[in-house]
Design a protein around this ligand. Structure first.
Ligand code: SF4
Length: 713
C-alpha cells in the first residue's frame, strides 16, 4: 500500500560554527538529522545561512571518526582499551584527586573550548575554581579573543561590545580591521552588503595585508605591512587631532586621558605612520577623514587585531579613534569585535578563563572572590593567577602541572609552536581528552578518552558576538556512549568532591542543563552583564535575548553606553597611549618572509566537522602556501610544487600557490589543515609562542619564515 511520507521533526537551534550565531531549524527523522535550514525568526540571520551552516546536516550525518565509548590506557606505551563509563569517571576523579592531594591544586590544569555551551563551561569553571581551588583553567578562546576582552575592559571598564547587529544596517562608514568578514562571518557580511545595495553612499574600508574578498569590494584597501595596525591608527588619530577633526565635546563629557594620548601620538605623523605601514600617506588621511566625518562609523575587527603580541594595543588604538571622534554610543557607530567561536562570549560570561572569575569578576579582587565563594558555598577561591594557554602547556612540559584535562579542542593543531605542545603532552603524568571526535591530533596523547556529545545532540545555550543568548537544542541522541560535556564534568566533579571534600554540600547537583543556566544567570545579578532575568522559559517565549537583561526585564539591551556613562570607576571611558611596536619575530636574511594565517570560505577551524563534507572542498581542494608570483620567480619556485616552510620553531611542507592576493615579502596559509590532511600538525608548526603581555594571546597571525623547494635541505 502507499506509504505516507513521514513529516520531519523540526528543532530550533543555533549554528555551531562562528560567533554570528545564526538560528537554524534542524529536520530529523528518528535518530537521523535529515536537513538544516535557516531560522527565519532568528534575529542574527533572519533565515540566511552561509556555506558552512548549509553543510551542517551533511557533517552531522557522519559518525566517521566519532568517539563512541570511553577508553583507558592501562599504562604508558600501551594501547587504550574500551572501558565502561564508571571506570572512566572513577579513574579520572581518582588520578586528579591523587595529584591534588600530593602536589596541591595548581598541579592540575583544564584546557577547554569556545565550542562548549555556556552550561558546559560553567560546570568546568566551578570544578576548577570552586572544587579544586585552582585558576588553571584556560581555553582556546585565549587564541581567539582575549585581546578584545582586555581592550574593552581597559577602555570601558567592562568586557563586551557596546554595539549590536542592528548597527550593521545603520552604519554609514564601515572599517574592516584584520577581518576577512566575507569568509569568516559571512551572514553578517550579507547584511552589510544588503545595506550598501540600498544606500550606495555607504563607504567600506579594509585594513589587511592581503587582497581578500572583503578588500576586493571595499572603497579603500589599506594594505598595511603585517603587524603595523597600531601605527596606522595612531597616525590616523594624529591627523584628526592636528586637523581639528576630533569631537571635543564627546572627549570632554565622557572620557579621560586624552592629553596624555595626544602627547603620545605627537610624533606618529601621517607620513611616519604611512611609511611604517607601507601605504600611501594620502590613503591614510582619507581613511581618517572618512572615519571622523561619517554620521556613523562602525569598526568590525577580529583575529588580525587580536592574534598579536600587542593585540591589546591594537584594540585600544582603534577604540581611541572611536572615542576621539565620538563614534560610539549611538546607532551604527562603535568598535565591534567579532567573536570567532560560537560561544567565546559565553565562556567570558562564566569566567571560564585563567584570568577571570564568573560574571566578569576579577581574580585579583578579594571582594569578587568572596562573592563567588559565598555563592558556591565554598570557603575561599584561589588568588593565585591561573596559567594561560601557552604558559599552561609550558608548565605541563616542565612538570609543574602533572595532570591536564583537554575538552573539545585540539591544541596539537591550534596552539602556536605545536612541537612544544607535543613535548608537553608526552611529558605529562596524566592526560584526559574529552572529545566528540577520536581522530584529532591531540587524541593520541590521551590516557583517558571521554566521548562527548556534539552539535545536534546537545542542550544548552551559546552567546553570539552581539551578546545575544540563543538556545542550542538536541534533535537526536548522541551516538554510542557519548555524553553531554556538562554531564561528564559534573559526574567527575561529584566523585572528586567525595575524595577531596567529603561531607560538604554537593557542588554539582544538576540533572539537566536548565538548572545550570539558572545558577549561572543568578551569579550575574548586579553585574554589568546582569542576565538574572533570563531563563529557558523566557528564551522559549521571547526568543534569543541580549544581555544585560536584569530580573524584571522582558528584553535585553541592544546597545551599551548610549548615555555616555561607562563601567569605569569614574564613569568615563579611558584613552590609552599605544606606542607602536613591531612584530615579535623580525624577518631576517635567514627568515625573510612574513607569514600570516587566516581562514578559508567553507572550512571551520580544525575541520573536525567541515573536513567530513565533500562540498566543503570545492572552494579550496587542498592546502597551499600563497606567495606573490614575483617572489616565487625570484626563488625559482613554481606553482604546484612542494615547498618547505621553516621558522625557528619548526617546519612543514605545503604545495605552493602563486597569487597577487599576497604582497611581495608576505606568504599566507590557511590555519585549518592538520594531521588528518598533512604529515604535520599544520601551519602552527612554524608559529611562535610570543604572547601579548596583558591578554596573553599568542601572535598566531605572524611568523618569520624561509621558503625553499621541499627537496632542498
Ligand atoms: Fe553558521 Fe556563522 Fe555561517 Fe551563520 S555565518 S551559518 S553562524 S558559520
Amino acid at each position: 500500500g502507499a506509504r505516507r511520507a513521514a513529516t520531519p521533526r523540526l528543532t530550533a537551534s543555533t549554528c555551531c560554527y562562528c560567533g554570528v550565531g545564526c538560528g537554524v531549524l534542524i529536520e530529523s527523522e528518528g535518530d537521523r538529522i535529515t536537513g538544516v535550514r535557516g531560522d527565519p525568526d532568528h534575529p542574527a540571520n533572519f533565515g540566511r545561512l552561509c556555506s558552512k551552516g548549509l553543510a551542517l546536516a551533511a557533517s552531522a550525518q557522519s559518525t566517521v571518526g566519532r568517539a563512541l565509548r570511553p577508553e583507558l590506557r592501562p599504562s604508558r606505551g600501551a594501547l587504550r582499551r574500551p572501558v565502561d563509563w564508571d571506570t572512566a569517571l572513577d579513574t579520572v576523579a581518582r588520578r586528579f584527586a591523587d595529584v591534588i592531594s600530593e602536589h596541591g591544586p595548581d598541579a592540575v590544569a583544564f584546557y577547554v573550548s569556545g565550542q562548549l555551551l555556556t552550561e558546559d563551561y560553567y560546570v568546568f569553571n566551578k570544578l576548577a575554581k570552586g572544587l579544586v581551588g585552582t585558576n588553571n583553567i584556560d581555553t582556546n578562546s585565549r587564541l581567539c579573543m582575549s585581546s578584545a576582552v582586555t581592550g574593552y575592559k581597559l577602555a570601558f571598564g567592562a568586557d563586551g561590545p557596546p554595539t549590536c547587529y542592528d548597527d550593521l544596517e545603520r552604519a554609514r562608514t564601515v572599517f574592516f580591521a584584520g577581518s576577512n568578514m566575507a569568509y569568516a562571518h559571512p551572514v553578517l557580511f550579507r547584511r552589510l552588503e544588503a545595506a550598501r545595495a540600498a544606500d550606495p553612499s555607504i563607504r567600506w574600508v579594509t585594513i589587511d595585508p592581503r587582497h581578500t574578498d572583503t578588500a576586493a569590494v571595499s572603497d579603500l584597501h589599506l594594505r598595511i605591512q603585517p603587524g603595523t595596525d597600531v601605527a596606522l591608527f595612531d597616525g590616523m588619530l594624529h591627523h584628526l587631532i592636528w586637523e581639528g577633526r576630533i569631537d571635543a565635546g564627546y572627549i570632554g563629557r565622557g572620557t579621560e586621558g586624552f592629553d596624555d594620548l595626544k602627547r603620545a601620538v605627537r610624533d606618529m605623523t601621517p607620513a611616519v605612520a604611512a611609511s611604517i605601514c607601507g601605504i600611501d600617506e594620502e590613503d591614510l588621511r582619507t581613511a581618517a577623514d572618512w572615519f571622523a566625518a561619517s554620521p556613523a562609523t562602525l569598526s568590525l575587527y577580529c583575529m588580525g587585531l587580536n592574534q598579536s603580541s600587542h593585540g591589546t594595543d591594537k584594540n585600544l588604538a582603534l577604540i581611541n579613534l572611536h572615542l576621539a571622534t565620538g563614534q560610539l554610543g549611538r546607532p551604527g557607530a562603535g568598535p565591534f569585535s567579532l567573536t570567532g567561536q560560537p560561544n567565546a562570549m559565553g565562556g567570558r560570561e562564566v569566567g571560564g578563563m585563567a584570568t577571570m572569575l564568573a560574571a566578569h569578576r576579577d581574580i585579583g579582587n578579594a571582594a569578587h572572590r568572596a562573592e563567588v565563594a559565598a555563592f558556591w558555598g565554598v570557603e575561599t577561591l584561589s588568588e593565585r593567577p591561573g596559567l594561560t594557554a601557552v604558559d599552561l602547556f609550558d608548565a605541563v612540559a616542565g612538570g609543574r602541572v602533572k595532570a591536564v584535562w583537554i575538552v573539545c579542542t585540539n591544541p596539537v593543531h591550534s596552539m602556536p609552536d605545536i612541537g612544544a605542545v607535543r613535548q608537553a603532552l608526552q611529558a605529562a603524568e596524566f592526560v584526559v581528552v574529552q572529545e566528540a571526535f577520536a581522530d584529532t591530533d591531540t587524541v593520541p596523547y590521551a590516557d583517558v578518552l571521554l566521548p562527548a556529545a556534539t552539535w545536534g545532540e546537545k542542550n544548552g545555550t551559546v552567546t553570539n558576538s552581539e551578546r545575544r543568548v540563543s538556545r542550542v537544542r538536541p534533535a537526536v541522541g548522541p551516538p554510542g556512549q557519548a555524553r553531554p560535556d556538562w554531564w561528564i564534568a559534573a559526574e567527575i566533579g561529584r566523585r572528586m568532591q567525595a575524595r577531596l571534600r567529603p561531607g560538604t554540600p554537593p557542588l554539582f547537583p544538576y540533572r539537566e542543563a536548565g538548572a545550570i543556566f539558572d545558577e549561572h544567570a543568578a551569579l550575574t545579578r548586579g553585574r554589568d552583564l546582569d542576565m538574572s532575568g533570563m531563563d529557558y522559559r523566557l528564551l522559549e517565549t521571547a526568543g534569543p535575548q541580549q544581555w544585560p537583561l536584569p530580573a524584571g526585564s522582558l528584553h535585553g539591551q541592544a546597545r551599551r553606553y548610549e548615555d555616555g556613562r561607562f563601567a569605569t570607576a569614574s564613569g568615563r571611558a579611558r584613552f590609552h597611549a599605544t606606542p607602536y611596536r613591531p612584530v615579535a619575530a623580525a624577518t631576517s636574511a635567514r627568515y625573510p618572509f612574513h607569514l600570516t594565517t587566516g581562514r578559508l570560505r567553507d572550512q571551520w577551524h580544525g575541520m573536525s566537522r567541515t573536513g567530513r563534507v565533500v562540498q566543503a572542498f570545492s572552494h579550496a581542494p587542498e592546502p597551499a602556501l600563497d606567495m606573490n608570483p614575483r617572489d616565487a620567480a625570484r626563488r625559482g619556485l613554481r606553482a604546484g610544487e612542494l615547498v618547505r616552510i621553516r621558522s625557528r620553531e619548526g617546519e612543514l611542507v605545503l604545495p605552493l600557490n602563486t597569487t597577487d592576493d599576497v604582497p611581495s615579502g608576505t606568504v599566507f596559509a590557511a590555519m585549518h589543515w592538520n594531521g588528518r590532511f598533512l604529515n604535520s600538525g599544520g601551519i602552527n608548526e612554524v608559529s611562535n609562542a610570543a604572547v601579548d603581555a596583558r591578554s596573553f594571546q599568542p601572535e598566531l597571525k605572524h611568523a618569520a619564515v624561509r621558503v625553499d623547494k621541499a627537496d632542498e635541505l
